[in-house]
Design a protein around this ligand. Structure first.
Ligand SMILES: C[S@@+](CC[C@H](N)C(=O)[O-])C[C@H]1O[C@@H](n2cnc3c(N)ncnc32)[C@H](O)[C@@H]1O
Length: 304
């Protein structure tokens, strides 16, 4: 069954062109136009620079070659887009990025987590993508229920297809195990901020692209998780007083990036009000330099 959990990282990204993404596409096309057009690049920098803490890397992923925007020309111009709309667009853009741990990284991860978990707990992956972690969890943590929560419909559909493939492969290898895994895995299409985590034993978040969401996630999890529940994040820490750091796995001990493990602690009536401070901000000059290098790389690609 393990072998059937493959190929998610390289999955074909669709062009986003349905009604659900109309606003994302309209703003994205305007941002991309400003990136590509030399006369608009000062505006690109002026408009995006104040929001650079929301950008994963230097240039938003959606306007790059591998982005999911359609090829057509924009109907709106970047200077007609309000600042708040632009900021929300950058948050949405970060959420659309995809990445998965390798099988080896997941083996490392579950080997480290298993001794700290109850035999019959509940594992939840918030932002579960194509479901690789959830399916691995079901194999690595034999008594636990395993839930994946994914916002994007096409990724949720691919996760369901992947699960069906894994269970079909399992039927031939070990039908009892396949049936047991099938009964313990649940894939939900849902916004993680709406997910029920009230009985979770371990929440996994591949948070490498979630810098702007970390405070909101910390707040939700502190209010809704049972005391003692574990949360792991990647790349970005969960800086919230409702959590204590249990362990920090430096790369490459578990994965290519740092994995942080926290435990929910402290009384619920002492939680602070929701905060809105961001933990990640790039130096302005370094960001601008990286963007100018990206302009040059784009032009070189066009010219040659
Ligand atoms: C970096 S991928 C990780 C996928 C999976 N957890 C793994 O490690 O293989 C992050 C996933 O979170 C999803 N996502 C982003 N924002 C979300 C939200 N508000 N609710 C649920 N899923 C979300 C993205 O669509 C993406 O599939």
């Amino acid at each position: 069954m393990r072998q059937a959990i493959t190929n998610g990282e390289q999955h074909l990204r669709p062009v986003l062109d349905d009604a659900q993404f109309a606003q994302y596409v309209a703003i994205g096309l305007a941002v991309r136009e400003a990136f590509r057009t030399p006369a608009l690049r000062d505006m690109f920098i002026a408009r995006l620079k104040p929001h650079r803490k929301l950008i994963i890397g230097s240039v938003p992923a959606g306007i790059q070659q591998h982005g999911m925007l359609p090829a057509r020309a924009p109907m709106r111009s970047l200077d007609d887009i309000a600042d708040a709309e632009l900021a929300q667009w950058l948050v949405d853009d970060g959420r659309l990025i995809y990445g998965e741990f390798t099988q080896q990284e997941l083996d490392n991860y579950f080997a480290a987590m298993a001794p700290m978990l109850p035999a019959q707990g509940h594992f939840i992956d918030l932002g579960s993508g194509l479901g690789k972690v959830v399916m691995h969890a079901a194999l690595a943590l034999p008594g636990m229920r395993c839930t994946g929560v994914e916002l994007l419909g096409y990724r949720h559909d691919m996760a369901q297809a992947r699960l069906a493939g894994v269970l079909a492969a399992g039927e031939a290898e070990d039908a009892a195990l396949a049936a047991q895994v099938g009964a313990r895995v649940r894939l939900l299409r849902q916004d993680m901020f709406e997910a029920d985590v009230s009985d979770a034993s371990l929440v996994f978040i591949y948070s490498t692209c979630f810098a702007p969401l970390m405070d909101r996630l910390g707040d939700k999890l502190a209010r809704e998780l049972p005391l003692g529940a574990l949360v792991s994040t990647t790349t970005f820490p969960l800086q919230h007083p409702g959590f204590e750091l249990v362990q920090q796995f430096a790369p490459p001990s578990v994965a290519w990036t740092t994995v942080f493990l926290y435990r929910r602690r402290g009384a619920f009536d002492t939680l602070p009000p929701a905060t809105a401070s961001y933990i990640y901000e790039q130096d302005g000059a370094a960001w601008e330099e990286a963007v100018c290098a990206a302009f040059a790389a784009h032009d070189a690609l066009q010219g040659g």
